[in-house]
Ligand binder design. Structure first.
Ligand code: FES
Length: 150
């Protein structure tokens, strides 16, 4: 257990009901939940690791792979959905060679979908790190990730 992880745990008592806040804080610090982290949380809360894993996988907010250098979020909210988000997601997966929830082997890209990024008038949208890309088409996806295929 590394020091930042131990520091996170010091603000908790090890109660079962603290599992979700601990998972959230660990993910905030490390960008994802590793198997080791979940085992450590299980020991700390005296809950079987399988249950901690079960809790974590129940919630869409948790990631089990590290974020890529470029974290891509395809919006799947209503406004984006009716304006072609499913096609945008499909094309993004094709261009990056990874599926939703995955990270490329070289660690360059990670991909996830989000409920709404708060820019519905620009739908459909894609966010790469902190930059919002508006009115995305299949063609725009291809140009956004041209480098990913080279
Ligand atoms: S639904 Fe996509 S930005 Fe709101």
């Amino acid at each position: 257990m590394d020091e930042p992880f131990q520091t996170i745990l010091t603000s908790y008592e090890g109660k079962r009901e603290e599992i979700i806040p601990i998972l959230q804080e660990v993910q905030e610090s490390y960008s994802f939940l590793s198997e080791t982290a979940m085992q450590d949380i299980a020991k700390f809360t005296r809950v079987p690791a399988s249950q901690v894993y079960g809790i974590a996988t129940f919630y869409a907010q948790f990631r089990f792979t590290p974020k890529g250098k470029q974290h891509v979020m395809v919006c799947r909210g209503t406004a984006c959905h009716v304006n072609g988000a499913p096609r945008v997601l499909e094309e993004t997966e094709t261009q990056l060679g990874i599926l939703e929830g995955e990270t490329s082997d070289d660690g360059e890209y990670s991909l996830e979908t989000v409920a709404c990024i708060g820019a519905c008038s620009l739908a459909p949208t894609v966010m790469i790190n902190n930059a919002v890309h508006a009115k995305i088409t299949k063609k725009k996806v291809a140009s956004l990730f041209k480098k990913a295929k080279t």
